[in-house]
Write a protein that binds this ligand. Structure first.
Ligand code: KIV
Length: 294
């Protein structure tokens, strides 16, 4: 059995080998991610789009995140569970943010929380850290800001935004977060940020020079037929496999070849004959008519 991945172990991986993180939203998914030896499970608010059918991540609530995080924790993975703080759970007040982060730990059984944003969120990040809750930061293309960003766009391409992202990363790292997700930024900027901070960076659409990588479960396994972002690599096409399997199941049902003898329970025939005879007396039918369509 794998040793439980700790925050200390994650921080030490700044020196390599590279960190891996994949999202999971329920117990079977968490079990698969764990079996694959992935370091961290992200219970991402991407669950809103990946499994709940919403257009973006904004409808995810603290209660929804807790529901899925607790399900993931029941798989008892060795992977460290990091659960997303959803939109509006840390934007209204520091007290509210600490309370919500605490619920993700206490009720969702997360080992750490992740939240989006840079220096603007520093007071909230510090307050959550003060409550002894480990925090992962998230900078660059931050999906909770989809409206403010005017869509899902690569961030940090001009000098002003690149400098701001670097300053945000340094401030968050100095505040005490233990890892930083960099999403949708140029590879050279991700490389610079990675070299300037002492904690591991985990990239998604941020090139290869981060200290680790994260992908969404459904994307990496090809479980949807939605258009994928350029940075996604599909390592399987489970949607095709699942569709073909269900088509075969349907065909077998129609052909009467499912269930087979080996998939069927049996009982003593005398008991059935006895029931048939009793039923015949009750209904006035002859016993051979019982159980036969009119
Ligand atoms: O919610 C999520 O899945 C994420 C990843 C894209 C990093 O935040």
């Amino acid at each position: 059995m794998r040793e439980k991945v700790t925050i200390t172990a994650v921080k030490a991986r700044k020196q390599g080998p590279k960190l891996t993180m994949v999202t999971a939203y329920d117990a079977p998914m968490a079990h698969i991610v764990d079996l694959a030896g992935i370091d961290m499970i992200l219970v991402g608010d991407s669950l809103a789009t990946a499994v709940l059918g919403y257009e973006d991540t904004l409808p995810a609530t603290v209660d929804i995140m807790i529901h899925h995080s607790a399900a993931v924790s029941r798989a008892k993975p060795a992977s460290l569970i990091v659960t997303d703080m959803p939109w509006l759970s840390y934007h209204t007040s520091t007290e509210e943010a600490v309370r919500n982060a605490g619920r993700l730990i206490r009720e969702g059984h997360a080992g750490a929380v992740k939240l989006e944003g840079g220096r603007k969120r520093l007071p909230v990040v510090k307050a959550i850290l003060d409550a002894e809750i480990p925090v992962v930061g998230h900078l660059g293309l931050t999906p909770q800001s989809v409206h403010a960003m005017g869509g899902y766009r690569v961030q940090g391409k001009d000098s002003q935004m690149a400098r701001a992202l670097l300053d945000d990363a340094v401030a968050l790292a100095e505040a005490g977060i233990f890892a930083l997700v960099l999403e949708g930024i140029p590879d050279t900027l991700a490389e610079l940020i990675t070299s300037e901070i002492a904690i591991p960076t985990i990239g998604i659409g941020a090139g290869t020079r981060c200290d680790g990588q994260v992908l969404v479960f459904h994307d990496v396994l090809g479980m949807s037929d939605q258009r994928l972002a350029k940075f996604v690599r599909q390592y399987a096409h489970l949607m095709d496999v699942a569709t073909a399997a269900l088509q075969q199941y349907s065909a077998d049902v129609q052909a009467g070849t499912f269930p087979a003898e080996s998939e069927t329970y049996h009982m003593n025939n005398a008991i059935i004959e006895e029931l048939r005879a009793e039923r015949a007396i009750e209904t006035g039918k002859t016993s051979h008519q019982i159980g036969v369509d009119e």
